[in-house]
Design a protein around this ligand. Structure first.
Ligand SMILES: Cc1cc2nc3c(=O)[nH]c(=O)nc-3n(C[C@H](O)[C@H](O)[C@H](O)COP(=O)(O)OP(=O)(O)OC[C@H]3O[C@@H](n4cnc5c(N)ncnc54)[C@H](O)[C@@H]3O)c2cc1C
Length: 511
């Protein structure tokens, strides 16, 4: 038998490493709660992880198997467990982030020392971070060029799902863990007890139950969501995706982050949607499908391609982080001088609370607090506001998102923040500064999204909400006494931000 180590691939379907192990004989899956990883976790992500693990365990149980759950250093747990189970090999899928790569190197060493075979597979992305490079052989730092190669490359089909007979059955697992004088079940030499199917509560691993609702988890929920999206909304994705009230995006980010759906499966499903879109165009029916609100600007084919582009952004940022692990803490783009961020603690705290007096910003920050999620357009707006209106270091925002987002992914989150702060690979130019009022007016014209999350503004005319910064104190007090006045003046801060970036670029801020 072989041991499969689940990490960011909480699924049985389209799982390259698991399929390879199952192809050779019986396989048992294990998840290890690693304290080094938990040190970087948050209440929200632990809850989301536990939900994903519960779904994975149920998927094992449905096929007669179960999930082994251990806690400790994987470099200690895995050799011990492989030995106790008499496993021929330990198999996993590669994780490309810096911390994971260090951890995996230690696990490799430990297994080698114990004389246990090991095997790592590519699974998390369609094209590995090393495989798409410029003609000169360098990693890409400009998305458009990366995308052209990414979209032209052949994609692997989904990996086969193990059948019931491919899995070590639950009774055999329990017997193996109990054997060896119960050493594993009681806690081995250096590990906490190994359990069959027993998941800890957040409290057991040092976290609290979050206030936010982290949403559905698991492969079945991921498939349902993707199918529903690809049946209808995808055909108008291009035209609708920027409007947060319309729920026109796929909400796949947390499923992809925890690997509850495979990228090959997701991509194949988009190709089926592409074929349907082409058929619509060929039959002269280019309009959006049922459930889509508007006909897409460039037709359904372009809309599906726009969606595939987002999957490619995910892979683009994965390779940026892989080749530049330092971006987690440093600007990707060098400036001549350090950017002199203002970093006012009270302003940053108001931003986190969603009390800046800029309705679209506050709605986004409150959506984050309530749902552990924020719409992409609004992520861009709140990130621009933090860096270019509050002149606060993007790292404050990244830290806050890291704590609060259920879909937090180091590569995407970092890429998004550095884009907004004009410090990243393919970033927004420093002089492009979102006006939060016009962004709100354009993308939430009826203020539906805003009033969903900012109850103080409910019942007010959208014009009043979008003109909040222009109202007098008396008008504001009459309209919505509980909602704050803008904490900064956007026009003034815009000028301050331009001067801040020019200084960092070694340019004259007066020009
Ligand atoms: C400041 C900032 C922080 C962000 N932090 C994260 C994060 O921690 N995790 C995360 O997955 N995304 C992050 N994003 C990207 C994007 O906002 C989310 O992926 C998207 O909002 C998730 O919603 P969805 O699944 O409905 O997206 P859809 O529009 O349906 O897109 C489908 C999938 O494509 C990927 N994707 C979409 N947009 C991007 C993008 N710009 N960069 C990389 N991948 C993308 C995601 O996996 C997403 O699930 C961030 C963006 C910004 C501006």
């Amino acid at each position: 038998m072989e041991l499969f180590w689940h990490r960011r691939d909480l699924r049985l379907t389209d799982n390259v490493g698991l399929a390879a192990a199952a192809d050779r004989g019986a396989v048992a899956g294990v998840f290890v709660f690693d304290d080094d990883v938990l040190a970087h976790a948050s209440d929200v992500r632990v809850r989301r992880l536990l939900d994903g693990l519960a779904a994975l365990r149920d998927d094992y149980r449905d096929r007669g198997g179960d999930l082994l759950v251990a806690r400790g250093d994987p470099a200690t747990v895995l050799p011990e467990l492989a030995d106790a189970l008499d496993a021929d090999r330990v198999v996993w899928n590669r994780d490309y982030s810096g911390l994971a790569r260090e951890r995996d190197a230690e696990v490799r060493r430990a297994l080698d020392e114990a004389g246990i075979e090991r095997e790592a597979h590519h699974d998390a992305v369609l094209h590995t971070p090393d495989s798409i490079r410029t003609n000169a052989g360098d990693p890409y730092s400009v998305y458009t060029y990366y995308w052209r190669k990414w979209t032209d490359r052949e994609k692997d089909p989904p990996a086969p799902t193990p059948e019931a007979g491919d899995l070590v059955d639950a009774d055999a697992l329990a017997a193996a863990v109990e054997s060896d004088d119960g050493a594993l079940a009681d806690g081995g030499a250096a590990t906490d007890p190994v359990a069959v199917g027993d998941l800890p509560a957040p409290d057991d691993v040092g976290f609290a139950e979050p206030d936010a609702d982290v949403g559905p988890a698991g492969t079945e929920a991921a498939r349902e969501r993707l199918d529903a999206f690809l049946d209808a909304a995808v055909f108008s994705y291009d035209a609708e995706r920027d409007y947060p009230a319309r729920e026109a995006t796929s909400r796949m980010s947390a499923f992809l982050k925890y690997g509850e759906i495979g990228v090959r499966e997701a991509y194949e499903a988009t190709e089926e949607a592409m074929a349907a879109a082409e058929e619509r165009v060929a039959s002269g029916n280019g309009a959006a499908g049922e459930g889509g609100d508007a006909e897409d600007e460039d037709g359904p084919v372009a809309a599906v391609e726009e969606y595939q582009q987002q999957l490619a952004w995910r892979e683009f940022y994965t390779q940026v982080l892989y080749h530049n692990p330092e971006v987690v803490a440093e600007n990707y783009k060098e400036y001549e001088e350090e950017i002199e961020w203002r970093d006012d603690p009270e302003e940053i705290a108001a931003w986190k609370r969603g009390e800046t007096g800029y309705p679209i910003v506050d709605a986004g920050m409150r959506q984050l607090r309530e749902e552990a999620f924020m719409h992409n357009r609004v992520r861009m707006i709140v990130a621009s506001f933090l860096t270019k209106d509050l002149l606060a270091d993007w790292r404050h925002g990244y830290e806050h998102f890291r704590e609060r987002l259920a879909d937090h992914d180091t590569a995407n989150d970092n890429g998004g923040w550095q884009w907004a702060a004009s410090t990243g690979t393919d970033a927004q130019p420093y002089f492009r500064i979102f006006n939060p009022m016009t962004q709100g007016e354009r993308y939430d014209p009826e203020a539906e999204y805003i009033t969903e999350y900012v109850p103080e503004l409910r019942g007010l005319d959208a014009d009043l909400i979008h003109g909040w910064h222009e109202l007098s104190p008396t008008q504001r007090a009459n309209a919505a006494p509980g909602y704050p006045a803008p904490i900064v003046d956007h026009s003034e801060r815009r000028e301050d931000a331009l001067a801040m970036y020019k200084r960092a670029r070694g340019e004259d801020p007066e020009e």
